[in-house]
Design a protein around this ligand. Structure first.
Ligand code: URP
Ligand code: ZN
Ligand code: ZN
Length: 484
């Protein structure tokens, strides 16, 4: 089956031009100013529209068991929501419980993802350190097509790992040609601030923001950067939400370190005042980590995207219903952390970024698609409109408008944190590997249409022959006598 997209302007991260796009099966086979209609081809008129690579959301959590609840969008509805908003690939996190096998977690996620309607890849989380994990990281990288390992520096007593575990794992990543990712918040300090606030009777959602100030993120980002430098690995900082964290990334890049930063669309347009809303449900629905920040941090994040010190915009889509959020009615530390955003990421970024003059349309493509593909090593199969690429295409009408409303969303949750946001610039048609997945409100993608996308390792950096013992120094810690 072939498809010809006619009359649009092709927008890639590095250039735009008037061109038709021919698709044969799952692949783009020609991009040129005027292409002849192939016999039997379906013709799509893209006059007045931009023809852009399908979005890639590098950070999602489908059907994740987290803080006593399972996030409400599964791979089917999460990817359907994504496709309706122009995103054709998500990268989700396999998260083994501490002490559990990564290989089992991978199988578990593959099973959950069989229902996906759009394409997907995985990151793997390192939630503890052992010889088993050291060994499994090689299988994950070389056999399972996962080249990124996530580390939680927060969620003490649950997923959090310590500095020695970070150093060991980052070193192993360098050896395998993989890249470490960090959730950068100082979990020890967050834990103490939570205790302090609860003891003073602060139990509502505002306590969530007070217990996770920008400083805990700035400190952890700096620490992770230094540890990565000592381990000889690159570093990717997920959900970079504040000036302190962005500045740490910017400094590192100026010093020649390969450090990447990922702001979320939520942190770019929503702010901390939401947690002081008198309606408990309203505030709790917006509880995520890191929390929304005072407005002035948004300027820093936008500047990072404009100047290139921050590279990609994600959602961290981890959607809990209002009912699930109410688990924390008496204690903010028990409100499941996470918000939605998959179907809104591209329209909101276009409206708040391109229409305001902050981003060019090419920078928009870089932040929503191409840079993720490049950093995560699936470029140019994904992230570009060019011959040989997967035919993941979004036809974008810069004049189309809508007001975001939970009533009309695809996501299964009962609210939308962007409720009432007015978008100008929307996808009108999304193709995933040549198949029309979504067309002007008509969701055509079906459960199971998505494909698992492997991401090969990068060339290994150094420490290439180091053994488990050398990399992990598992010697017992000797207590030093300290005499007064
Ligand atoms: O609050 C968040 N971000 N929930 C999802 C898990 C994580 O930290 O990424
Ligand atoms: Zn996180
Ligand atoms: Zn996350």
């Amino acid at each position: 089956m072939s498809v010809l997209i006619r009359g649009g302007t092709v927008v890639n991260h590095d250039h735009s031009r008037r061109a038709d796009v021919l698709i044969d099966g799952e692949t783009i086979t020609a991009v040129a100013p005027r292409l002849d209609v192939a016999r039997g081809a379906e013709i799509i008129d893209a006059g007045g529209c931009y023809v852009m690579p399908g979005g890639i959301d590098p950070h999602t959590h489908m059907e994740l068991m987290f803080m006593g609840n399972v996030s409400a969008d599964d791979f089917e509805w999460g990817t359907k929501a994504a496709l309706s908003g122009g995103t054709t690939m998500i990268v989700d996190f396999c998260i083994p419980a501490p002490g559990a096998s990564m290989l089992a977690a991978y199988q578990d996620w593959r099973r959950k993802a069989e229902k996906a309607a759009g394409d997907y890849g995985f990151h793997m989380a390192v939630t503890c350190w052992s010889k088993q994990i050291w060994e499994e990281m090689e299988t994950v990288t070389k056999t399972y097509g996962i080249n990124t390992f996530k580390h939680f520096m927060a969620y003490k007593g649950a997923l959090m790992v310590n500095d020695d575990e970070l150093y060991n794992s980052f070193s192993r990543c360098a050896q395998l040609g993989a890249m470490p990712l960090v959730h950068a918040e100082n979990g020890d300090v967050v834990f103490r601030l939570q205790e302090h606030l609860l003891s003073r009777g602060i139990t509502g959602p505002e306590g969530h923001a007070y217990s996770r100030p920008p400083e805990v993120e700035g400190e952890a980002t700096n620490r992770a950067i230094m540890i990565a430098d000592m381990a000889g690995s690159p570093l990717y900082v997920v959900h970079t939400s504040c000036r302190q964290s962005h500045e740490a990334i910017k400094r590192a890049r100026e010093a020649g370190k390969r450090v990447f930063g990922e702001p979320l669309i939520q942190h770019l347009v929503l702010d901390e005042s939401d947690y002081r809303n008198k309606d408990w449900d309203y505030a709790a629905r917006r509880v995520m980590s890191p929390p929304f920040r005072p407005k002035e941090h948004q300027d820093s994040l936008w500047a990072g995207l404009q100047s290139g010190s921050l590279q990609v915009v994600a959602t961290d889509h981890c959607a809990f219903t209002t009912e699930q959020k109410r688990m924390g009615a008496k204690d903010f530390t028990r409100i499941p952390n996470g918000t939605g955003g998959l179907e809104d990421r591209m329209p909101v970024l276009w409206s708040a970024g391109v229409n305001t003059g902050r981003l060019t349309k090419e920078e928009f493509v870089a932040a929503t698609s191409a840079n993720s593909a490049r950093i995560l090593n699936v470029y140019p199969r994904k992230g570009a409109i060019a011959v040989g690429c997967d035919a993941d295409v979004v036809i974008w009408d810069p004049k189309a408008t809508k007001t975001i409303s939970a009533k009309r969303q695809v996501s299964r949750i009962d609210y939308n944190v962007f409720e009432g946001f007015q978008c100008t610039g929307l996808p009108v048609l999304t193709l995933n590997r040549g198949r029309i997945a979504w067309k002007q409100g008509d969701l055509r993608a079906e459960k199971g249409d998505g494909k698992y996308i492997e991401r090969p390792p990068f060339p290994a950096v150094h420490v290439a022959n180091a053994t488990w013992k050398e990399l992990s120094s598992p010697r017992p810690v000797e207590r030093m006598e300290v005499t007064p």
